[in-house]
Design a protein around this ligand. Structure first.
Ligand SMILES: [Zn+2]
Length: 262
C-alpha cells in the first residue's frame, strides 16, 4: 500500500485511522537556491525521502504511518539575492503548520511529526513555535519535531554538517545523489569553499552573497557521493524514529489522545 496520505481515498483513510494509533509525518522543505548544481526543491526532496524511509521502518514495527503532503515553502531570507528564493514569513509558516497539525490530529491521527531539512534558524524556530503550541494543546504524545540542529542529533551527522558550512555542499549534494541523481548538475568542478554559515550567523544577520557564497553554496559539493547520502539518510531516519518512539508511546495514553479506548 502507498505511504502517501494524498494517494489514499477517504474511505481507505478512515479504515487506516480506525486503530487510533496512526502517525502522520509532515515533510517540510523550502524553495530556494542550492548552488549551481542542486534543484530549488532540495530541502523538500530530502524531507520527503527521510519521511518515506522512516514510514517504512515504523510500519515494519507495527505502527501505521503515512507521509502527509509536503510543505514546500520556508523562511528563506539568506538566499534572497538569488533567483528562486521564494519564501514565506516565519509567522505564515508557524500558522500553516499549526493548522495542518491540528487538522491531522482532528482527523484521527494520534501523532504528528514535523520532518524538516531547511536549516535556516528562523525557519527552524518557526516550526518549533508550531510544535510548542500543538504540544500545549494536545499533550506531549501527540506531536514531535526531531531537529538535526539540536546538539543531540547534530553530533551524529557528517563533519561538514557539524562545521556549519553545509549549504549545497558535500552533505546536501550526497543526499540528493542518493535520491534524485538525475537532478544533480555538474558539481565536479565546483571549488571547495570554507565559509561557515554557522560562524557567520553568530556575527548577525547574513545573506549568502554577503558572506562570499557568490554561487549560493558552501562546503565541498564535488566530494558528495550517493554512499554518503545513504549513510546520512540512515542517521536522519534514526533521529525521526527515535523521537517518535519516545513520544508516541504504545500505551493507553496515546489511544486516549486519539479519543479511542483500547
Ligand atoms: Zn538545503
Amino acid at each position: 500500500m502507498t505511504l502517501l496520505l494524498s494517494e489514499l481515498d477517504t474511505e481507505t483513510l478512515a479504515k487506516t485511522l480506525a486503530s487510533g494509533r496512526a502517525i502522520a509525518l509532515v515533510p517540510i522543505g523550502s524553495t530556494e537556491p542550492h548552488g549551481p548544481h542542486l534543484p530549488l526543491a532540495t530541502d523538500a526532496i530530502l524531507s520527503v525521502e527521510t519521511c518515506l524511509r522512516a514510514a517504512r521502518v515504523l510500519t515494519d514495527k507495527g505502527r501505521t504511518t503515512l507521509v502527509a503532503p509536503t510543505v514546500p515553502y520556508g523562511v528563506t531570507r539568506y538566499a534572497r539575492d538569488f533567483r528562486g528564493a521564494i519564501g514565506v514569513s516565519a509567522a505564515t509558516l508557524t500558522a500553516l503548520l499549526l493548522d495542518v497539525g491540528r487538522a491531522l490530529l482532528d482527523d484521527g491521527f494520534s501523532h504528528v511529526a514535523f520532518v524538516n531539512n531547511h536549516l535556516e534558524p528562523e525557519h527552524a524556530e518557526a516550526i518549533d513555535a508550531a510544535f510548542q503550541t500543538l504540544e500545549a494543546e494536545h499533550g506531549p504524545n501527540a506531536v514531535s519535531f526531531p531537529n538535526q540542529l539540536t546538539r543531540r542529533w547534530a553530533r551524529t551527522l557528517t563533519d561538514e554538517f557539524k562545521r556549519g558550512d553545509c549549504h549545497a555542499g558535500r552533505y546536501e549534494t550526497s543526499l540528493v545523489l542518493a535520491t534524485r541523481a538525475d537532478l544533480v548538475g555538474d558539481s565536479a568542478l565546483l571549488p571547495k569553499l570554507d565559509i561557515s554559515l554557522a560562524a557567520a550567523l553568530r556575527e548577525g544577520e547574513v545573506t549568502f552573497a554577503g558572506i562570499g557564497m557568490t554561487r549560493a553554496y558552501t562546503g565541498a559539493p564535488a566530494e558528495g557521493t550517493a554512499a554518503e547520502g545513504e549513510s546520512t539518510y540512515a542517521k536522519l531516519v534514526t533521529m525521526v524514529v527515535t523521537e517518535i518512539a519516545e513520544r508516541a508511546s504504545d500505551d493507553d495514553d496515546t489511544a486516549e489522545h486519539a479519543g479511542v479506548r483500547p
